[in-house]
Structure formats: C-alpha cells, structure tokens
Design a protein around this ligand. Structure first.
Ligand code: ADP
Ligand code: MG
Length: 717
C-alpha cells in the first residue's frame, strides 16, 4: 500500500523513478497523481493538429497517411518520411536511419505520436517521434472494454512519453491508499464532491465520462480552495490593521478641482469615484484594483482620490514602474492641478498642496530637498517609482498609495506598503492596471483586492488598425512595412519600431533559436537602409536617465520621425502625433503586452496603425495569438481570447512540465462558479480559524497544490 507522501523508487523501481524526476520533476506519489492528463483522447477521434507550438513537446492522436523511404545524399543513410493526419491538416514526420519502422507504420493505422515540434522548409515537423500504435480497431471492439476508449494524454517530455506515464500511474493507483481526505466532509457534502481517492482514480483511469467529470470537479475544488484560502488569509491580515478615515471635506481641494475640470466625468469614473470615496472615509484600509484600458481616464480617478485624502491633512503617494513614467505622472498631475498644486510657490491657490517627485537618479541636493518635503508633510502628493516603498522613505502621514501598472508590482510589495501608514495604521491602497483581466482571473490572481473596471472610453479616441505581417510566408510584405512608415512620416506623423531586445547583451549560445531582433541592431539597419533620410532615435531601459529623457523630449517635440525602442514605451508614453507602430518579432511578446504597446498609437485625432511582424508559421499557437490581437481592440475581449488560447497549465505562468504548476484543471474561463463558491467557503473558514489550526489537511493542501510565488506571474510572462 502506498500513501501520497511516499517516494516513487520503491514503487516503480529506481530507473523509472529517476526518469520521471529528470523529465518532469516528479518525485512523490502525490507529484505523480497530481500530474493530470492534459486531455483525453477517444479511440477513433483524432487530435486537432492545428495549434501546435514550435519547440514544444507535443503528443497527437493521428492516423498514418503515407510513408516513403529515401536515401540521404550526403551521408550513407536513409530517411523515412511519414505524413500523419487528423483528417483535416497534415503533419510531416521524419525518421533518420530507422527504415525498419516502415513495417510498423502502415498507412491507415492510428496511434499516439510524440516529439518536439520543429520547422522544416516552412512546414511543421516531428523528428524521430516516439509513437504507440493502437491495435486494429476490430480487436479493440472485440475486447469490448470501455476503459480503453478513454485514453489519457499526459503532458510529456522527451524520453517520457504519455503512454509510459500512464503505465506508472496505473502501477501507483493499484496500491494507493488515501486515508485522510483534506477537504472537510461537510464541505464535500455541501458541494457534492467526490472523495480524494475516487477522484484520483477517476482523473487518470475513468470508468466513464461521468466519473471523469465528477473527478475533475473535485480536483478543481482542491485548486480553487487552495488559492482562495491564501487570499482569504491575506485579506484577513490586511484588515487587521486599521486605517485612518478620510471623509469628504466640503470646500476643499477636491471640490475646487472638480469645479475646474474641463470635461464631464464618464459614468464609470463617477461611479468608481463614489466607491473609492466611501472606502477612503472608512477606518478599514481600502484594497482596490482599478482596471481600465490605456486612456480610459484612470489618472483623474486616482487624483480625485488623492485630493480627498490631502483635504484631510494627510499625504498620498503615486508609484510608477519606471522613472520615465514617474516623471511623466508628476508633470501631468502638476498640469491638471495648476495653482492647486503649487504650495510654496508664487501664485499658489489658497489651500494648495505640493507635488514632489522623488527618483533614484536625482542629484544629492534635489533628493535631500524632496525627502525633507516628504518627512515634514509639506508634500501632499509624492510621485516616485516603486523604490519609494522599498527604500523606506519616511512619510509624515501617508494616507493613500496609488500604484500604477499593477502587474509589475507583486504581493510582497503590496504587503510592504501596508506597513507605511502613521503609527499602527495602514494606508489605503489603490492599484491601477491597464491590462484588463476577466473577473475570475481577478478573483484568483488579485483575490485579495476589490475590483473596479472602467469600461467606457472618454470621447475622442481614434481607432487602431492592426495587421499581422507574416514575413516567412510573404517576404515581399517586408518592404511594404517601411513604405507605410515613410507614408506616415510624409504626412507629418511619427512612428515607433519596437524590438524585443536591446542588443548590448553578451551573445548566448544556449538556444538554437535565432535571438530576437535588437534595438541597437535594427536602428542602424533602418537608418542606412529602408528608412534612410528619416530622423531616427533610440530608446531602451539601460540608457542613462538623462539620455532617455532627452530622446523622449525630442520625440514628443517631433524632432524625431521614428523611435526604435524596447518595451520601455509600453506604459504611459503619450505622443499623440505618433500614428504607426511596427512591432518586430511580435511573437516574442505576450498578448496583453502587444495590446498595451499598440495603445501608444491612435492617441491623437488620426487612426493608428500597428503592424505585427513575425516569422512564425501559419497554424502555430503563436500565430493564433497574434491573430487574436489583430481581431479586436477591446481589451476585455482580448484578455478572454488570450485565456482561451493559453493551455490550462500556462494560465498562471507555470512551466509546462513543472512540478506544482499552480492551476492544472481549474479554468479561469469556465469555472467561475467553482471560483466564486470556493471564495465564499474559504472566507468562512478563515474568519472562523485564520491559521487553519483545525484544518490541518487544508493547510497542507494549500502548500501541495499551489505554488504561491508563481501565482504572481500571470501578466509577467
Ligand atoms: P489612463 O491613465 O487610464 O491611461 P488618463 O487618465 O491618462 O488615462 O486619460 C487619458 C486622457 O483622457 C487624458 O488626457 C485625460 O485628461 C483625458 N480624460 C480623462 N477623463 C476624461 C473624460 N471624462 N472626458 C474627456 N477626457 C478625459
Ligand atoms: Mg495612465
């Protein structure tokens, strides 16, 4: 008999156990049994070949279509060419010097084929795939064995194909004994969940589809509960510190600011503004996430919140991910406030406050002055990078911290923020993100925050047209890109060219992939080639801050036609005259990043143009992602598509074959009910027993199922 914590060598033999550990990081019975099938193949139903990823280890259930043998010219050997099919698409396979396989691989036979996906002459290929052919269908029917009809397909690795994993799982399940179900019996009854033993059998070797579904449901609950328990504990500790209340002060700065606003707030800005105002007036710390597309007007919402707090005699901070952005925020806040933000200067309004910028690259004298304004409380609004919190800058009385671009700011930093209020209080916290995320993701990834979304855009935005440029299939289009850029410049507009890499890194010879295009290589090529005669500037994160500033100013002032840059321009940069963006090696960026990037164009009165240049081939998963970005500019719709396109295991950024990939079964797209219900249950349990002293099983499950660190990386990939 074997328990979940047992090691595998005794059960499977040292050799197999070692192979599992090396290939998939699987060490214990629990590791193996939580290595769930990626999908299930049904005998007679072939796998869709579309959607394979270059470089990935793939397993497909396919039919052999044709096989042919040829001699290699250069060396003395043979190649066996095979084409397999899902009935719609074909995938070519090549075996080197394995001609003897010809007698197994008879056209018409079906089986599982596994290997690393590569490209050969612009088509996808498996080289020397491992395979397991099925018995003739007649035999299977004769066996009349329903079990054999549902074939689990595991996330596999080279040398450890799915059918070998299945064999190990079978051996372990045969001797498995689960004596202690971590999920409390009452909760199982309430939500009709199978017990763990039944569920583990059912996920790997289902008797029928109903058994499989019931098992999945139970194991999804394990994942959902584990995640929600962590967040419930986090919420619990966040509100255990009080905050200071900041009620609305009639006739204060906020009222003065509202009176001068040159536009009407959108309904969303007003509604969310009211929610925030109420939070700020309470003595529980606010923990709110404000999401809204680039340009949806988050800054106004944040500024109004800050003014309400400043009206109560407290300080506020705005944290940005980069120095460029911090400086830009300080500038635009000063502009918006005018004389209301000029305390200490000539011509300041009567009860004006002061906006103080603090960045790491400031000179010693400037820095000292800023620090003094902050510690004395003179600065009502302090703007800086996240370092403002990490460096333990001392505030007189910090009442509210606004964090811009949340996805670069993790839970630990949020926790650090909570200790920065005066005395034992916690400041109110408002985090803002321009990456729209579906509600279920928000509940899961930012489960410790309340979520508000600005869904409408203020009037006067221009549309952005996005086009994928597949240069591998259509090389002629490459020329056309630069013609389009010249046309835009000819009309007096400007353009961005974005590359994934800077280009001053030491060369790495680890990868067989071409390194991504680099700013420092592409810029001179354009300058001496297709964009000759245009004024081209370069911007990347490793330039000295002064140089960065100078380039940004030159570009804003239209002294440059084209800016070749890394993703440093991704957030917050605002140059309305820039109308075109060319993203090189677009496949190297994530969906939300591409969406964010193109938000830099179409900010003026002219429609924007975004070209996604890629060498990836049609039919790959990467190309599907680019097509999604092309298909819509609605960030919420896009984040939903992105979620659909990602493999389940990738959702929280876990490595494909990594141990403890955070969520393997729970789909943030389809399991909204499980997520919402488990959130409620977790809240009840933590309220009753914050440290899970009475729920040892659950506490253990939290650490078994969830890799907390990984849960942070959703948008970083
Ligand atoms: P975000 O921070 O969400 O990207 P901003 O707050 O920077 O967006 O707003 C983008 C632009 O829209 C700014 O120039 C801002 O002044 C303007 N704006 C904000 N709210 C409104 C509104 N209700 N009506 C018109 N313009 C607005
Ligand atoms: Mg902004």
């Amino acid at each position: 008999m074997a328990g979940l914590r047992d090691k595998l060598p005794l059960l499977l033999g040292a050799k197999t156990a070692k192979a599992l550990a090396t290939a998939l990081d699987i060490e214990t019975v629990s590791d193996l049994l939580r290595h769930y099938p990626r999908r299930y193949a049904e005998r007679g139903e072939l796998t869709d070949i579309a959607g394979l990823e270059l470089g990935e280890h793939a397993t497909v259930l396919a039919r052999v279509e044709k096989v042919s043998k040829r001699r290699m010219k250069a060396r003395n050997g043979t190649i066996l060419d095979m084409v397999i099919t899902d009935g719609k698409r074909r995938l070519s396979c090549a075996f080197f010097n394995q001609a003897w396989r010809e007698k197994d691989l008879v056209p018409g036979k079906t089986g599982l084929f596994a290997g690393k996906v590569s490209a050969f002459r612009d088509t996808l290929q498996l080289t020397n795939p491992e395979y397991e052919l099925f018995e003739a269908d007649r035999e299977a029917e004769a066996m009349d064995d329903f079990l054999a009809a549902i074939i689990p397909v595991y996330p596999a690795a080279q040398g450890m194909p799915t059918w070998s994993i299945a064999k190990c799982v079978r051996q372990v399940l045969d001797v498995l004994e689960v004596d202690d179900d971590p999920m409390p019996a009452e909760l199982r009854r309430l939500h009709r969940l199978s017990d763990l033993d039944t569920a583990l059998h059912g996920i790997h070797r289902p008797d029928n589809w109903a058994h499989l579904e019931a098992s999945k449901k139970r194991l999804k609950w394990d994942e959902a509960m584990a995640v929600q328990l962590i967040f419930a504990q986090r919420r619990h500790s966040a509100i255990s510190r009080p905050a200071k209340a900041n009620p609305h002060v009639g006739g204060g700065l906020l009222d003065a600011f509202d009176k001068r606003l040159p536009f009407d707030l959108t309904a969303g800005q007003r509604g969310i503004g009211d929610e925030i105002a109420e939070d700020l007036a309470s003595d529980h710390p606010m923990n709110r996430l404000l999401q809204g597309e680039v340009g949806s007007g988050k800054t106004v919402v944040a500024l109004r919140a800050m003014l309400q707090v400043v009206d109560n005699g407290r300080q506020t901070a705005m944290l940005a991910p980069t120095e460029v952005l911090a400086a830009q925020h300080a500038r635009s806040l000063r502009e918006m406030l005018g004389d209301l933000g000029q305390a200490g200067e000539l011509g300041a309004a009567e009860n004006a406050t002061r906006i103080t910028l603090l960045t790491g690259s400031m000179g010693a004298k400037e820095r000292k002055k800023a620090l003094l304004e902050i510690v004395s409380g003179e600065a009502g609004i302090v703007v800086g990078t996240h370092a403002l919190i990490q460096d333990h800058v001392e505030f007189a009385d910090l009442g509210l911290a606004v964090v811009d671009e949340q996805h670069r700011f993790g839970v630990e930093q949020r926790d650090a923020l909570r200790t920065r209020g005066a005395g034992d209080t916690s400041p109110h916290v408002l985090v803002m993100t321009a990456t729209p995320i579906p509600r279920t993701v928000a509940m899961t990834v930012y489960g410790d925050l309340e979520v508000s979304a600005l869904r409408e855009m203020p009037v006067g935005r221009s549309p952005i047209k996005t086009t994928v440029v597949p240069v591998a299939e259509k090389p002629a289009w490459f020329e056309r890109i630069w013609q389009r850029v010249r046309e835009e410049v000819g009309k007096g507009h400007q353009a961005y060219v974005v590359c994934p890499r800077i280009g001053d890194e030491p060369p790495s010879d680890k990868s067989d992939k071409r390194p991504p295009l680099a700013v420092l290589e592409v810029a001179p090529e354009l300058e001496h080639g297709p964009l000759q005669g245009l004024k081209i500037g370069v911007l990347h994160g490793r330039m000295p801050p002064d140089d960065k500033d100078a380039v940004m100013r030159a570009f804003s002032g239209a002294k440059l036609d084209v800016l070749v840059a890394t993703t440093v321009i991704e957030v917050g940069v605002n140059v309305p005259n820039a109308t075109a963006m060319v993203i090189m090696d677009a496949d190297r960026f994530g969906v939300s990043q591409l969406h964010q990037l193109r938000g830099r164009v179409g900010r003026g009165s002219v429609p924007g143009l975004c070209l996604l240049v890629t060498e990836t081939l049609d039919g790959t998963a990467t190309r599907e992602r680019l097509a999604a970005v092309e298909s819509t500019t609605d960030g919420f719709e896009l984040s939903r598509l992105d979620l659909e396109l990602r493999r389940e295991g990738d959702i929280l950024g876990a490595a494909q074959s990594g141990k403890k990939s955070t969520l393997k079964l729970l789909s943030l797209l389809r399991d909204e009910d499980v997520i919402a219900e488990s959130r409620a249950r977790a809240q009840e349990i933590v309220t009753e027993d914050p440290d899970l002293k009475k729920y040892r099983g659950l506490a253990q499950m939290v650490s078994d199922v969830v890799d907390v660190d990984r849960a942070e990386y959703l948008e970083k990939s």
